[in-house]
Write a protein that binds this ligand. Structure first.
Ligand code: UFG
Length: 356
């Protein structure tokens, strides 16, 4: 019997790529998503990309325990990957209660429903933002945590809840993955990042400048203590993030309790380096200007990616060129994101259980 994995937030950027990866490796996949920050059209794209239907897709808010419980009753869930959460740092400063309610409240509701249905295996979506302003890089999982905004606080709060739950419910097996900066897209150009409104993050903003939707990029500060003065991040291809989740599911049974891992490449890239790489990959220079620093930003966040390499014998394989090339392909083929026409004609675009 293939394993059934329930993916919360499965229509989102990382969730959709992870669903494709799981389907490609024979898992049955059930998606739960309330679509506040994702398009239901991503579900069709998942099916089309994987060439296999989802076992189910439900428009459910994870905080709605009754509706969530019905999904667990309808499917033999073996493991859960929990992506569903708000994730914009700036927005979290304006709406902290909403962030705690969705991110922490949603995780508690999910844990309660998992407990009711005797499901004990979970991969949790955490963030490198829990490290805050890092005194030294690269960051290992033992580096001090010091969140600087409500979003990062909610992720750390969830990790602490998971630690307590695992300490007191010995059947629980949980992996918390602290992602660095996921970017890029599926190489088919069918799936990618489709932010609502003005993108908060660098790569989708750069892509929209290159495609002509925005005039130029604002680079937030060039006076950081980094080689060119702009912020340095550890960008990781979303296909590597998706693969990392599939490998994590396969390693859930290695050990009971909570284990925390970084998901990064170990390579730092500055804003200006990314702009140059994107210009090369797309063949279109990306106009930019230097502006003030963005409040809450830190100079440098780079992972020590050694722990997953040792634990799972797994490493990321895609470099910055692949990240830019694939992000550009998605942007070029889908200039209006999922709201536009699908890039390739022919074949049904629907499959699996209708969202509802
Ligand atoms: N940047 C710009 N101009 C922009 C956007 C970003 O110069 O228009 C710079 C930032 O100042 C930073 C770098 O690009 O130096 C990356 O910024 P992002 O907004 O793309 O990503 P962050 O590093 O701020 O990522 C944070 C957390 C992640 C989280 C993400 C979600 O570290 O865990 O926000 O918004 F997932």
């Amino acid at each position: 019997m293939p394993e059934t994995v329930l993916v919360t937030g499965g229509a989102g950027f990382i969730g959709s790529h992870t669903c494709v990866e799981l389907l490609a490796h024979g898992y049955e996949v059930v998606v739960v998503d309330n679509h506040v920050n994702s398009s239901p059209r991503a579900l069709d794209r998942i099916t089309k990309t994987a060439g296999r239907p989802l076992a189910g897709a439900y428009r459910v808010d994870v905080r709605d325990r009754r509706a969530l419980s019905e999904v667990f009753t309808a499917h033999p869930v073996d493991a859960v990957i929990h992506f569903a959460a708000h994730k914009a740092v700036g927005e979290s400063v304006a709406l902290p209660v909403e962030y705690y309610d969705t991110n922490v409240g949603g995780t508690c509701a999910l844990l309660a429903v998992m407990h009711d249905h005797d499901v004990h295996r979970l991969v949790f979506s955490s963030s490198c933002s829990v490290y805050g302003e890092a005194p030294t890089v690269p960051l290992t999982e033992r580096s001090p945590v010091a969140p600087t905004n409500p979003y990062a606080h909610t992720k750390l709060a969830c990790e602490r809840i998971l630690r307590d739950v695992c300490d007191h419910l010995p059947d629980m097996k949980v992996l918390a993955l602290r992602y660095f900066n996921p970017v890029g897209a599926h190489p088919s150009g069918l799936l990618g990042e489709d932010p609502r409104g003005v993108p908060n993050n660098l790569m989708p903003y750069v892509a929209q400048v290159a495609v002509g939707r925005r005039e130029r990029l604002d680079v937030f500060g060039d006076d950081y203590p980094t080689p060119d003065g702009t912020g340095v991040r550890d960008y990781i291809h979303v296909m590597d993030v998706a693969e990392g989740h599939r490998v994590a599911v396969a390693h859930l049974d290695d050990q009971a309790g909570l284990r925390v891992f970084n998901l990064g490449t170990g390579t730092g890239t500055s804003v200006l380096q990314l702009v140059a790489a994107f210009g090369e990959a797309s063949g279109r220079p990306v106009p930019y200007r230097i502006v003030e620093r963005r409040p809450g930003d830190v100079a440098e966040l780079v992972a020590d990616a050694g722990a997953v390499a040792v634990a799972w014998d797994w490493r990321t394989t895609r470099d910055l060129t692949a990240m830019c090339r694939d992000a550009w392909r998605f942007q070029e083929l889908n200039p209006d994101g999922y709201a536009g026409r699908p890039p390739r004609a022919g074949g049904p675009t629907t499959g699996g259980t209708p969202c509802g």
